[in-house]
Ligand binder design. Sequence first.
Ligand code: ATP
Ligand code: ZN
Length: 226
Amino acid sequence: VTNESQRLRIAIQKSGRLSQESQALLTSCGLKINLREQRLIAHVENMPIDLLRVRDDDIPGLVMDGVCDLGIIGENVLEEMSLQRQLDNETYDYTVLARLDFGGCRLSIAVPQEENYGGVKNLEGKTIATTYPRLLNRYLKQNGVNARIVNLKGSVEVAPRAGLADAICDLVSTGATLEANGLKEVEVIYRSKAVLIQRRDLTDSTQLKLLKKLMPRIQGVMQANE
Ligand code: ATP
Ligand code: ZN
């Protein structure tokens, strides 16, 4: 018999680019999930597991604070949150259990197409709009560039046209969005995939046993997809 608190809690994105494949991975591992359920918590019928379906931005914090046991999240969001928590002196512990085979994208700097870009030094003194200020700041520091960072939560790609920034730092997969906004990719600063993470202090033996059963299945699903 498993009591409520022993149920393994897995945080996944509710709706967005990671949600379908996160659910598919768990389903392939044998979890019976009621996909019609639009609620925050979905109880897995055949295992002591609950799925928490949230905004992707909330997933790293839920795991780092130990509120959820596992999470599936893009490395870009995870690393940004981790850097922010380090600066704020908050807990930022987690363990990566697996790098997954979906959610691939890159965080890149893009400038107006007509600009004559000759290298990272060209960004000196410029204003760059991004949703990832910590990752961008780390990159600029590593390259000895002083630039102003404007933190935008959305519509980053229109910032140069709107006169809010000289350049942007945003997620790219095909580059079509950049092109549609008259921008070109000039520097890749981070390559990301989805990862399965675990909270650091998972010690409950029932939960650990379940995790030990799940991990080979996850590896198996990924090998089958290769
Ligand atoms: P939420 O409503 O959950 O906050 P969101 O709009 O912030 O969702 P999505 O656009 O669904 O996020 O992207 C989630 C993650 O998918 C990204 O953080 C990234 O890791 C990954 N991803 C893969 N390809 C892309 C892409 N082309 N553009 C943006 N994100 C991508
Ligand atoms: Zn988000």
